[in-house]
Design a protein around this ligand. Structure first.
Ligand SMILES: NC(=O)c1ccc[n+]([C@@H]2O[C@H](COP(=O)([O-])OP(=O)(O)OC[C@H]3O[C@@H](n4cnc5c(N)ncnc54)[C@H](OP(=O)(O)O)[C@@H]3O)[C@@H](O)[C@H]2O)c1
Length: 250
């Protein structure tokens, strides 16, 4: 069974690993190419956009794909929409693999907002020391608030994405741990954290560390879910769906 996994996430790689030892499945993992050195996975990989809905529909037909697992990041809304449209057009079943969002716990001091622009507003006018963990591509709106000092953590160098006077840029990638997150926030005298509600365990330690330090967190909510696309929350559940679909549940 030829499967296209739309990836760029821990869950996509986990599913690829689960499928790699199974002779009845022939997966290909697709990544956008945003990260220069993605972690290797033991299945064939392709990198780069498909060329919109038309390009993806052609790819599905040419490669005789029998099922698509959209395991892109919850904020990769364009790719998810394109996948839904292309799969519907060429009648290929689609499953979304999405980690559940984080839910605020006792002690969390969250301000939930719906966009990066709202996150910028929520920082306020007074200069603050901000831990900005929203991803390199989401930095430009924060240039509208140059009064703050930003500690920016990204996988790739930020280049000139945030042209403000006070930026401390660090490069690192998940998984993180709570003690190190706490130490970083204390050392840099962070006053507020900004994050997407990405969900998952790998980047959750910053939320726990902020809670422990009593810091406020501005949390950008996820884009709206697509209607009519079946969704599961784990790689194991996606595998079960594929097994059911393939008719070979052990
Ligand atoms: N957005 C985030 O916060 C975030 C965080 C962590 C990881 N990621 C990963 O980074 C990648 C890009 O995310 P994004 O938010 O920039 O996407 P996006 O805005 O939804 O997609 C923009 C375009 O990038 C291409 N693309 C996206 N994901 C792709 C994939 N898995 N394989 C091939 N092409 C893909 C598609 O180009 P065409 O139209 O040409 O097909 C798509 O139209 C995704 O793989 C996502 O899982 C995103």
């Amino acid at each position: 069974m030829r499967i296209l996994i739309l990836g760029g996430t821990t869950e996509a790689s986990a599913l690829a690993r689960l499928l790699s030892g199974r002779s009845e499945f022939s997966p290909v993992l697709s990544m956008a190419g945003r990260t220069s050195e993605p972690r290797p996975v033991p299945v064939p990989t392709r990198i780069g956009g498909f060329g919109g809905v038309d390009g993806l529909a052609c790819f599905l037909l040419q490669e005789r794909i029998e099922a698509v697992i959209d395991a892109t990041h919850p904020f990769a809304a364009v790719m998810s929409r394109n996948a839904a449209e292309a799969c519907a057009r060429v009648h290929v079943p689609l499953l979304a693999l999405r980690r559940p969002p984080w839910i605020p716990q006792a002690g969390d001091r969250w301000t939930e907002v719906n966009s990066m622009e709202e996150a910028v507003d929520a920082l306020g006018d007074e200069p603050r020391r901000v831990f900005l963990t929203v991803g390199r591509l989401e930095l430009p709106p924060f240039a509208d608030a140059p009064q703050h000092t930003y500690l920016v953590r990204t996988i790739e160098p930020i280049g000139d994405a945030l042209p403000v006077p006070n930026v401390i840029a660090i490069q690192d990638r998940a998984p993180f741990n709570e003690a190190a997150e706490r130490a970083l926030m204390e050392r840099e005298q962070i006053e507020v954290v900004v994050t997407k509600n990405s969900g998952g365990a790998a980047t959750y330690p910053k939320i726990v560390a902020a809670r422990a330090l009593g810091l406020p967190v501005i949390v950008v909510a996820r884009p709206q879910k697509l209607r009519g696309v079946e969704e599961v929350a784990s790689a194991d559940a996606a595998l079960e769906w594929l097994e059911r679909y393939h008719g070979r549940t052990p």
